[in-house]
Design a protein around this ligand. Structure first.
Ligand code: SAH
Length: 470
């Protein structure tokens, strides 16, 4: 290796790879550098900003020769904003990058190479896909109200009311609120001094229903001249619900627990497939309903249901997958750690006339082993439903980024379902967990990556595993 690199050094770098966070990766004399906003194929000039023993970070100063996949980002603040990481990459190339990422992690972390990789499912329209946006509100250095997004890793607000990932109505809604705040001298909240009133604007919309909800998060109980604000916001096409949310805590958590409806309904509705959901400001709901439908459609296909099966859905959230499966299964059990999500899941089941889904609150790695032991005892007394519960036909998991606890995987192995469907938002932990399952009698058959979050480094995957002796 040549002379060690120092902070501030200027270098020329060819980007040969990209990290799981979407940073470009290049090498100088064998030393690896990560560079934000650089993509595979770029030749760049960069400035070293941090060095560690075996790798470092550099800042992109100038693109010398652009990659064939480099494009002009559609958003003027794509580089500063923390929301998108790879908008400067052509969408088809983004999809290839994501598919490769899944393939590489499966091989490198999981040692998994023989399976059917189904081509990544991209979006037909990779903009305006999000049904939820949360805009922080603040003041710029000249004292003007700004609404937009945090810059990467900071709480500096970038003034951008027209985010291209969200609903194109959002900018009109924000403009109304900004004017109203100016006219009524309503100050934005200041995180440092914990003074001021308006903290965030939350906007949600129903993709299938066109319904819109606006929720103004305030450090107080009331807004001045609420009737004037309502009158103006009501003019927006699709407006269904106008609310305030009270958050008077010194916290990074956006929403408080108290909502008050100023006008219209307390919630909006939307569909995933033919299942109807009620969405309140605090409810969890998938943010890209079109792609979620495709992802969960794949999970349903992999589950291979005929109507006779018993299914477990672990990490079930508000029961989106459970209810999707329940229509074609005999019985579905859902497990989820957040009590409110389980309350929503039960409510959603009722609303859709689904009576063969049962939900449990708790950590999957605790609830499932306990429930399995209880069912096993019952099963020994000849209880058929208990027998079917201990030996489900299909187990579905959809864990958060950290993946499944090994103890849960061990219980799944003991339950010995014929098929397991693993829905994952992190292909690294997915690969680790699949490696465990492959070592314990399961074979990875099919992998389907799905792009739920265009222009970011995130990629979802749906995986089918089958028991090797079945
Ligand atoms: N399929 C769900 C979303 C899954 S996201 C839906 O579409 O609604 C992952 C879920 O796992 C979240 O709802 C989270 O609250 C839950 N979770 C996180 N850790 C958990 C654990 N240890 N046990 C059970 N659920 C957990």
């Amino acid at each position: 290796m040549g002379k060690a690199l120092q902070k501030e050094d200027r270098i020329t770098l060819t980007i040969e790879d990209m990290s799981t966070n979407g940073e470009g990766i290049g090498k100088v004399d064998g030393y690896t550098l990560f560079v934000k906003d650089a993509i595979i194929g770029d030749v760049i000039e960069a400035k070293v900003i941090k060095t560690k023993k075996s790798y470092g970070y550099a800042r992109l100063m100038q693109v010398i020769t652009p990659s064939k996949d480099r494009i002009q980002p559609a958003c003027p603040v794509a580089k500063q904003c923390g929301g998108c990481q790879i908008q400067e990459m052509d969408y088809q190339a983004q999809l290839q990058f994501k598919e490769e990422l899944v393939r590489n992690n499966l091989a490198r972390i999981g040692g998994i190479t023989s399976y059917e990789m189904q081509p990544i499912i991209g979006m037909d329209e990779p903009f305006h896909y999000r049904n939820k946006a949360q805009y922080p509100v603040g003041l710029d250095k000249d004292g003007n109200i700004v609404m937009g997004f945090y810059a990467g890793r900071t709480h500096h607000i970038i003034d951008q009311m027209d985010c291209l990932l969200g609903n194109s109505q959002n900018k009109n809604i924000l403009a109304i609120i900004k004017t109203y705040m100016q006219e009524n001298h309503i100050p934005p909240y200041n995180e440092q001094t914990q003074t001021g009133l308006v903290r965030h604007i939350l906007i949600r919309d129903g993709y299938h229903t066109g319904e819109i909800m606006v929720c103004i998060v305030i450090n107080g109980k009331r807004l001045k001249n609420e009737a004037q604000l309502v009158e103006r916001l009501r003019q927006i096409e699709g407006m269904t619900s106008i609310q305030v949310n009270v958050n008077q805590k010194d916290t990074n958590v956006i929403l408080g627990t108290e909502n008050r409806t100023l006008w219209g309904m307390d919630s909006i509705t939307d569909y995933i497939g033919d299942i109807k959901y009620q969405i309140s400001p605090l409810s969890f709901f998938q943010v890209n309903p079109r792609q979620t439908e495709k992802l969960y459609g794949k999970a349903l296909e992999y589950a291979g249901l005929t109507g006779k099966e018993t299914v477990w859905d672990m990490y079930c959230g508000i029961g989106t997958i459970s209810l999707f499966l329940a229509k074609q299964a005999k019985k579905v059990y859902g497990v989820e750690i957040v009590p409110q999500a389980i309350a929503d899941a039960k409510e959603n089941a009722k609303r859709n006339g689904i009576d063969n889904a049962e939900f449990f609150v708790g950590k999957a790695e605790e609830v499932v082993p306990q429930f399995y032991e209880q069912l096993k005892e019952k099963a020994q007394t000849g209880d058929i439903e208990a027998q079917e519960g201990t030996h489900p036909d299909v187990v579905v998991v959809d864990p958060p980024r950290k993946g499944c606890e090994e103890s849960l995987l061990a219980t799944i192995v003991a339950m010995a379902p014929k098929r397991m469907v693993y829905v994952s938002c992190d292909s690294a932990t997915l690969s680790r967990d699949l490696k465990y399952m492959q070592a314990h009698g399961y074979q990875v058959e099919k992998v389907q990556p799905v792009d739920q979050f265009g222009h970011t480094y995130h990629v979802e995957s749906c995986v089918l595993l089958c028991r090797t002796d079945s």
